[in-house]
Design a protein around this ligand. Structure first.
Ligand code: TXA
Ligand code: MG
Length: 318
């Protein structure tokens, strides 16, 4: 039996299967089976009121999950799916509260990864899948990250190699009066505006005081080691400071190591936003595992191409 057939069989039996997407690895369960979905929350240690994204094989399955679908949603799906854009729409009444955290909306996405699409086609239905990490921690971009962190609690991990995008999808809320970006990603506000002819709002959707997007919590995507963002101008100072304070410090920076010292670990980061995002989470995990006193990341420029990466780094810094 092929790996994909076996994975689909496990999902039908209500088990958890981790699978690759172009953004990060997802922890998948049959979205139509509340007991299976409950296993996701248990494995991740995730609060029950945090809704899950349902992954679909194609936009043709829209109507099974969402209602009152605006033309904008169909247009964006036609443009960006399969791809790293999650659309928040009004849910169909049949969708279980376990998926939506009791809200009247649902997040839908068609991922752009051949293995994910093959699995979704073979499975046939929707797969609820958060990032396959413990709650609040760094999302996995390699199968080994998932095995290390959740190996015991899941039936199978499909290995599709390293994720090509490396950070989570853009979340766009289309359930309200104006389109609103709830989580920035590589599908940018400008790219969405170009399709809609309207600039999306940025920030939390109005009306909720509980976090509708767990990725909106301040401390998220976080390594264990305290992380600090430092501008390129401040890096030399940060190195000197670490040496004076006798703190073993790991740096992730695009500039060459200015001072060599036994207390300083230095990793070079890519200078372009795409490659930086692709390698970011694996680098943070690796640096975290060094067990240093502190991590210092060179802050990327606050320009449009870096919005999503900067967002994740700020949350990682808490
Ligand atoms: O790239 C991604 O989106 C990855 C891959 C696996 O697809 N998934 C992912 O899932 O990042 P997760 O659960 O780690 O983050 C999804 C975010 C959560 O913060 C959740 O609160 C939010 O989406 N979300 C899901 N449904 C929602 C809804 N109906 N309204 C508002 N936010 C929602
Ligand atoms: Mg997550």
């Amino acid at each position: 039996m092929s790996e994909i057939k076996r994975a689909a069989g496990l999902l039908r039996a209500g088990e958890l299967v981790a699978f690759p997407t172009e953004t990060v690895y997802g922890l998948g369960a049959d979205a139509a089976n509340p007991q299976a979905v409950a296993k996701i929350f248990a494995a991740k240690g995730r609060p029950q009121d945090h809704p899950l994204i349902v992954h679909l094989a194609d936009a043709g399955q829209f109507d099974a999950w969402a209602r009152d679908i605006p033309a904008a949603a169909r247009l964006l799906a036609a443009t960006f799916w399969p791809g790293p854009l999650t659309l928040i729409l009004r849910r169909q009444p049949v969708v279980s509260d376990a998926i939506t955290g009791g809200q009247d909306t649902i997040g839908l996405r068609v991922p752009n990864h051949p293995m994910a699409l093959e699995l979704l086609r073979e499975f046939g239905g929707g797969l609820a899948a958060p990032s396959a990490n413990r709650f609040g921690r760094i999302s996995p971009t390699m199968a080994q990250h998932v095995r290390d962190e959740l190996g015991e609690s899941i039936a199978m991990v499909l290995d599709g190699g390293p994720c090509q995008v490396g950070i989570e999808s853009t979340i766009l809320d289309l359930s309200g009066d104006v389109p609103a970006i709830l989580r920035p990603g590589t599908v940018t506000a400008a790219a969405i505006a170009a399709v809609l002819g309207q600039e999306p709002a940025v920030g939390l959707a109005p009306g909720g005081d509980t976090p509708r997007v767990s990725g909106s919590l301040e401390s998220h995507y976080a390594p264990r080691t305290p992380l600090e963002l430092v501008s390129s101008d401040g890096l030399v100072f940060a190195v000197r400071n670490a040496i004076i304070r006798r703190e073993r410090t790991a740096f992730l920076a695009s500039m060459a190591q200015p001072i060599h010292h036994e207390l300083i670990e230095w990793r070079l980061a890519p200078t372009e936003p795409g490659p930086f995002a692709r390698s970011l989470y694996a680098s943070l995990r690796e640096l975290d595992d060094l067990g240093c006193d502190r991590l210092v990341v060179q802050a990327p420029p606050a320009t449009a191409g870096w919005t999503a990466t900067l967002d994740r780094l700020r949350r990682a810094a808490g």
